[in-house]
Design a protein around this ligand. Structure first.
Ligand code: 39S
Ligand code: MET
Ligand code: ZN
Length: 770
């Protein structure tokens, strides 16, 4: 049975964030396990019904089944029963959520970025003694349940090689890949179970194939994928297999995919290309090897929101046919990275509203594009000529729209010089800042946000609905800022923050104020677990034309004699966490944002800020998966940060903050940011990054996080002290700062107060010993 055109995955959070609400209600005790299962099933059913309504077939396996209560990598850990020993005694949902979030007595799995996206997965811990079997039948049960509703779905599962390559070793010895045979055996049993349940097709994603940034070289990954899938494809009694290589360029590993013998191969033709027939021939692959097999050509971008250039997509489909396979239309990745439906949005400005509805394609519109292109390849492009023409007209109209290209912005970027990106001698800055700030050794600070309480969010929602006016909203936020300042003074923190109460999100807040962006009301995308963001839409040239952070900062500073940090989000992070235009290079977009931020940095300095933090938590996230593009990326990303920050006086202290990643590969770039102080996530890895920084000659201020803020657990004074003692081994005490791993917006006040109390006590204890 052949596979029809399809999408590699669909958003699972729900049009109204039903999944978030159900899961959080379960955690809070509002519903029980049955209630959660019912809500989850209802959402899954609604999504399937919607996809059929949009034109996918109900019973031809074109419906991907990629639902998850929390994370697709965690789902494989659960499928394999591969819980680390510290979780012993837990089972079912308790185990599943303990792995994700920890509980009162156990720390959760680590969380990190999924390839170059703003989605985070839970890192499996796999060692020689980790139990691995076909331990959980959720995938099969979901298939069977959907079958009962009248849908033949195609289960989507992270492949065994990617799963293990993304794992970290449990304990001291061995590599997770040592357990590949056991994992493959479990997948084999899963295949049999799915066949028995009636599944026609299963999709396995092996995105590790497209990345050079993993601990295992790409050639080795390709070799393992070939070996594993050749073996699994040779099994009797299994569904057909779609093996997908999403998130980047798989042309170099394509021959390995062909040699596995699986029925269908999925490739990303948005970020990647196909090999030419000649280069395939050189690898011994001929069109006859692909005859009768399916190539799911991912011509529709799964992670950005611009309407596809349909003619360009049709050309790619046509070219793909030259390889000898049956070519079908697909998405480049799962659509889990885009919101559900543009139809949920109305933008206030009528012209912008009309434009964005024409320019954008969220998940449901992308399904429409797949269905349309599918018709085009089946019945000839002439049958969709009207749609192709309309699409071309929209693209031309967009290019000509006011605001897309603003001469003043273009000229200012073009005029940027090396001097604009250079701050001058660090030793001189250090002395001037020390004299101005007069801080103790090991000064304490926090990363910016304080708990975003339900009350604060409700006030913002009420303001947005018009239930409270600007003055009332402002008063409410000022109340919150005052409480945050007083609290930090009581706790005796040295460098304060205003707490970011007024920000819905550290990127969206700025996008709402800069020119060139639009934001959404319902465009939620899962970031991790139940946490979502509404990525902003960067459609035009960017500039600052409004008051932004200064009034809030000034108010906070007026309440205290201690320095309060000005707090901004850097250009790379704004790009990484928004949906960004693709008609000009990212380097140029970054410089536009940098100059807009430079204006805000200057305004804060002018208002009297002695310390200004520009966060770049996504610096590592945007590192290209393809090694050959690293140098170029690091040059423009660092250059943009420098352009944003280098305008200040030597006595003004610039901080930056990095988190959520492994930083080993980008240490030189971190140094090149030339921030006076860099706070960096380090608690879970026990300060691992510090010796690295030292080795690279980094000798500016650094605040390795000592409190892992991803869990509600309160670190003890002893624990914090021991981390600081480790830190002073690598860092000069008057360059060492004491701070948490990241902002506190997802924490509650109770654990925040307890943890900060201990953090200040630990700093004082270690200070006394040096
Ligand atoms: N964009 C982005 N990416 C990031 C991060 C980040 O902070 N921002 N941090 C890292 C980890 N990712 C994270 C992503 C989201 C959240 C987070 O806290 N998200 C919140 C939503 C934040 C937000 O947009 N809040 C809005 C809207 C809140 C809301 O849901 N309001 C209710 C009404 C109010 C209520 O009753 O609570 C509604 O609209 O229905 C606001 O405060 O204004 C959530 O899912 O709950 C945290 C970390 C990496 N990537
Ligand atoms: C994800 S990095 C967060 C930085 C931001 N200033 C905060 O504290 O929330
Ligand atoms: Zn952070």
């Amino acid at each position: 049975m052949s596979l029809p055109s399809t999408i590699l995955g669909y958003p699972r959070i729900g049009r109204k964030r039903e999944l978030k609400k159900a899961v959080e209600s379960y955690w809070a005790g509002g519903i029980d396990a049955d209630g959660l299962a019912a809500a989850e099933a209802e959402l899954r059913r609604a999504n399937l019904a919607r996809l059929v309504e949009l034109g996918l077939g109900a019973d031809d396996s074109s419906l991907p089944e990629n639902s998850s209560l929390y994370d697709q990598v965690l789902d494989v850990t659960h499928l394999l029963g591969a819980a680390p020993e510290r979780f012993a005694g837990r089972e079912g949902l308790d185990l599943y959520f303990a792995l994700a979030r920890g509980d009162s007595s156990v720390a959760p799995l680590e969380m990190t970025k999924w390839f170059d996206t703003n989605y985070h997965y839970l890192v499996p811990e796999i060692g020689p003694d980790t139990p691995i079997s076909f331990a959980n039948r959720d995938v099969v049960d979901r298939f069977t349940q959907a079958k009962g509703w009248g849908y033949t779905t195609r289960p989507v599962i992270v492949g065994p090689v990617t799963y293990l390559v993304l794992s970290k070793p449990a304990g001291e010895n061995g590599s997770p890949l040592d357990r590949l045979d056991d994992v493959v055996a479990a997948y084999g049993e899963l295949l049999t179970a799915l066949a028995e349940a009636g599944a026609q097709w299963v999709q396995f994603d092996e995105p590790a194939l497209v990345s050079d940034n993993l601990t295992v070289p790409r050639t080795e990954i390709a070799h393992l994928v070939e070996q594993v899938w050749t073996g699994l494809a040779a099994r009797e009694n299994r569904p057909n297999i779609l093996l997908a290589a999403p998130y980047g360029d798989s042309s170099a590993v394509f021959p390995a995919l062909v040699r596995t013998g699986v029925e269908a191969i999925g490739v990303d033709l948005d970020r990647g290309t196909l090999p030419t027939p000649e280069s395939l021939a050189n690898e011994g692959v001929s069109p006859s090897d692909l005859a009768g097999r399916t190539l799911v050509a991912g011509v529709v971008d799964g992670r950005n929101i611009w309407a596809t250039d349909l003619s360009a997509a049709a050309e790619k489909l046509e070219a793909a046919r030259g390889l000898g396979a049956d070519v079908l239309v697909g998405t480049a990745t799962s659509l889990q990275h885009v919101p559900h439906d543009t139809a949920l949005e109305t933008w206030d400005d009528p012209a912008l509203n009309e434009n964005l509805h024409a320019w954008l394609a969220f998940a449901d519109q992308k399904v429409g594009e797949v269905v349309l292109l599918d018709r085009g390849i089946r019945t000839g492009l002439d049958s969709i000529r009207a749609e192709l023409d309309a699409n071309a007209a929209v693209l031309a109209q967009r290019a000509a729209t006011e605001g897309v290209s603003v001469p003043a912005v273009r000229e200012r970027v073009a005029a940027l010089t090396g001097a604009d990106r250079t701050r001058g001698d660090y030793a001189e800055r250090r002395a001037a800042q020390a004299a101005r700030l007069g801080l103790p050794d090991l000064p304490t600070t926090s990363i910016g946000s304080f708990p975003q309480t339900a009350e604060v969010r409700q006030a913002r929602a009420a303001h947005a609905r018009g239930d409270i006016d600007n003055a009332a909203y402002e008063a409410r936020m000022k109340e919150e800022i005052e409480r945050t300042i007083r609290l930090q003074e009581e706790l005796d923190v040295d460098v304060l923050v205003h707490g970011e109460a007024e920000r819905n999100d550290m990127v969206q807040y700025f996008a709402e104020l800069f020119d060139g962006f639009a934001v959404t009301k319902h465009g939620w995308v899962q970031s991790y677990g139940s946490r979502c963001t509404r990525p902003s839409i960067l459609w035009g040239d960017v500039a600052k034309s409004r008051e932004m952070t200064v009034p809030w900062w000034s108010y906070a500073q007026s309440l205290t004699d201690r320095p309060v940090k000005g707090m901004l989000t850097g250009p790379v992070t704004i790009i990484a966490w928004s949906f960004v235009r693709r008609d000009i290079p990212l380097s140029e977009v970054a410089d536009q944002i940098a100059l807009a931020l430079r204006d805000e940095v200057a305004a804060l300095e002018e208002a009297g800020a002695a310390v200004i933090q520009v966060d770049e938590p996504a610096l590592r996230e945007l590192l290209p998966l393809d090694q050959s593009r690293h140098a170029d990326y690091l040059a423009w990303s660092v250059g943009a940060f420098n352009a944003a920050t280098a305008g200040v006086e030597p006595a003004t202290q610039i901080h930056t903050h990095l988190c959520y990643s492994e930083f080993g590969q980008i240490i030189d770039a971190i140094a090149a940011l030339d921030a006076d102080v860099t706070s960096i996530e380090a608690a879970r890895s026990r300060m691992e990054v510090l010796p690295d920084l030292k080795e690279h000659g980094f000798a500016q201020g650094v605040g390795p996080g000592v409190w892992d803020i991803h869990s509600p657990r309160v670190p003890s004074v002893e624990e914090l002290t021991s981390l600081l003692e480790l830190a002073v081994e690598s860092v000069d005490p008057d360059l060492l700062w004491v701070n948490p791993d990241c902002g506190l917006k997802t924490r509650g006040y109770e654990e925040t107060i307890a943890s900060l109390t201990n953090l200040v006590a630990a700093a004082k204890a270690v200070r006394a010993t040096i």
